[in-house]
Design a protein around this ligand. Structure first.
Ligand SMILES: Cc1cc2nc3c(=O)[nH]c(=O)nc-3n(C[C@H](O)[C@H](O)[C@H](O)COP(=O)(O)OP(=O)(O)OC[C@H]3O[C@@H](n4cnc5c(N)ncnc54)[C@H](O)[C@@H]3O)c2cc1C
Length: 144
């Protein structure tokens, strides 16, 4: 299996991952970020982001998540498409496997893989509910 030695591996390309790499790259640590199966993270699934500081008129989620990688690349983050399929945090340096075909060996790994909504244990049709009240349902689910 191919191996690559790096300083910092960041797993995930949502706001958390991009925030982390901005700090790491500005500190000269040459971070490598793997996007995972959902490049841009969960904000790519929402229309209006009204509460982020720095956007007085609000912004669409997909638009915002196009800007994040541009800023990260400006400071030298290496952004790659790929899924981290396993990690070994027992040995040091740390090891992660990408798409089961490449091994990354890193001094540090930043896990920013987000969260998933927890679904109520009630027998309700979540897909139907989402169709009708998409934003409200998502916000409600995030509280659990
Ligand atoms: C419909 C909806 C509307 C929302 N609206 C707003 C809003 O208006 N304002 C607001 O502040 N927040 C909003 N949120 C919440 C916001 O999207 C999340 O708080 C935010 O995306 C969390 O960022 P994150 O980086 O932690 O994780 P995420 O955005 O969830 O990103 C996780 C990343 O990890 C990656 N990943 C996962 N597993 C792996 C793996 N094995 N290998 C590599 N990568 C992996 C995924 O591909 C993804 O890129 C909304 C969420 C939803 C669903």
């Amino acid at each position: 299996m191919a191996q690559e030695r790096i300083q910092i591996l960041t797993i995930g390309s949502g706001p958390a991952g991009y925030t982390a790499v901005n700090y790491a790259s500005r500190a000269g640590l040459k971070p490598v970020l793997y996007t995972g199966g959902e490049p841009g993270g969960r904000l790519t699934t929402t229309n209006d982001v009204e509460n982020y500081p720095g956007y007085p008129k609000g912004i669409s989620g997909p638009e915002m998540m196009v800007d994040f990688p541009k800023q990260a690349e400006r400071f030298g983050t290496n952004i790659r498409y790929g899924v981290v399929t396993s990690v070994d945090f027992i040995s040091y340096p740390l090891k992660a496997t990408i798409d089961e075909e490449k091994e990354i060996i890193a001094d540090a790994v930043i896990i920013s893989t987000g969260a998933k909504a927890k679904i109520f244990g009630y027998p309700l049709n979540v897909d139907k509910l989402k169709e009708k009240y998409f934003d409200k349902v998502c916000h409600l689910f995030q509280r659990f």
